[in-house]
Design a protein around this ligand. Structure first.
Ligand SMILES: C[S@@+](CC[C@H](N)C(=O)[O-])C[C@H]1O[C@@H](n2cnc3c(N)ncnc32)[C@H](O)[C@@H]1O
Length: 358
């Protein structure tokens, strides 16, 4: 199709404006991989350890080739991640930027998101095939950077909100965890949420299950390293077939990934002990697309869902709720699974917390 620039009613100024927007988006997309390189090669951390640096000094400190480092620094100055002083040809990472790019323990840590994006780029051929055929792309078939990147990215959210906002939103849950209950995390990934809870609630016991064996192996290592290996067990299992009886079933960013969420939730309901409940943390979403079209959070989650969540759910059975299912569809899945009550217990800018009782 060729649109003639002299086609009637074509606003050339708007063409130009939009072409510039796409050019900026393209540049930002380029830098997604470069920002990840900065993380992977320790450039951000090295920049955070000095006030200003030349490319030669940074290359030497990080053991990298100066010519690459010089080009990379210029790119990061052009995108506004670094400041540049032409008089001294030095670059600096402002402390506020370092909190986002150079410190995984900071409440604003965000650099791991670029690791996830790099993994998505690596899956482009699989995704093209899936889009053409309608087949799925299982979570575990993605580039391994996905698993580590997602875990690091979510860990910041869990550190910021799990004990201060999410768990307290469910009446009495913190007290129950402190008193000692049996907890399972379904779709636990690399297990950060479970390990954090085990560290915080020494009287409770924890099981994490995931259908991805490599994630379970790494989660087990993480629990050992955190010194909670005696109270945390990770198993390769499926959300619809795991065994045991629990007082609390947790889902962290995984209900919408399931191929058969209603079937799996019905199974979870059957595994609940008397008085047990389900606690599910999901991406923030509105029920109607038009209610959050201008939100960068919506954009991020829809983009992730188009490349990761929907393809996995299709490969796992097909419900494909997607990461932007919204409160109505999510709570309906619990009700369809036979839960007596399902409600949104808390909403934060990035998440919805759903509580359900059998
Ligand atoms: C987005 S990740 C979230 C991982 C982890 N909960 C976290 O917060 O970092 C979703 C996880 O659900 C797992 N998963 C997907 N379908 C599953 C199923 N049917 N049974 C068990 N785990 C499943 C995936 O392997 C993946 O580790």
């Amino acid at each position: 199709m060729t649109t003639q620039l002299d086609a009637p009613a074509l606003d050339l100024e708007r063409v130009q404006e939009f072409a510039m927007k796409v050019a900026v988006d393209r540049a930002i997309a380029y830098n997604g991989v470069l920002a990840h390189l900065g993380d992977r090669l320790g450039l951000w951390r090295s920049l955070a350890s000095v006030e200003r640096t030349t490319s030669a000094q940074l290359a030497q400190r990080s053991g990298l080739a100066e010519r690459y480092v010089r080009e990379w620094l210029a790119t990061q100055a052009a995108i506004g991640y670094l400041t540049y002083d032409p008089a001294t040809t030095t670059f600096a990472l402002p402390a506020e930027h370092a909190m986002v790019l150079a410190d995984d323990d900071s409440p604003a840590a965000g650099v791991a998101g670029f690791e996830v994006i790099t993994a998505v780029y690596a899956s482009v051929d699989r995704l093209a095939h899936a889009y053409a055929t309608g087949d799925g792309v299982p979570w575990h078939d993605h580039d391994p950077r996905l698993f580590a990147g997602v875990d690091r990215f979510f860990r910041t959210l869990y550190r910021n909100s799990l004990f201060s906002e999410w768990l307290p939103a469910v009446t009495g849950l913190m007290e129950r965890l402190e008193s000692g209950i049996r907890v399972i995390d379904v779709g636990c990934g690399l297990g950060s949420a479970v390990v954090m809870m085990a560290e915080r609630f020494p009287r409770s016991t924890f099981v994490g299950i995931d259908s991805h064996a490599e994630s379970v192996r790494r989660a087990t290592e993480a629990a050992e390293a955190a010194g909670v290996g005696d109270r945390v067990r990770f198993e390769v299992s499926d959300a619809a077939t795991f065994t045991g009886s629990y007082d609390l079933v947790c889902f962290f960013d995984s209900v919408h990934d399931l191929g058969d969420p209603v079937g799996a939730l019905a199974h979870c309901r059957g595994r609940l002990a008397e008085g047990g409940q389900v606690f599910a943390v999901e991406p923030f979403a509105t029920d109607r697309l038009e209610d959050s079209l201008d939100s960068p959070v919506t954009l991020t989650y829809y983009a992730a869902s188009s490349a990761l969540c929907v393809p996995h759910s299709i490969s796992d059975g097909g419900a494909a709720l997607g990461a932007q299912a919204g409160p109505a569809r999510l709570t309906a899945a619990f009700v369809d699974a036979g839960f007596a009550t399902a409600r949104v217990a808390a909403e934060t800018p990035f998440n919805l917390v759903i509580e359900a009782r059998a």
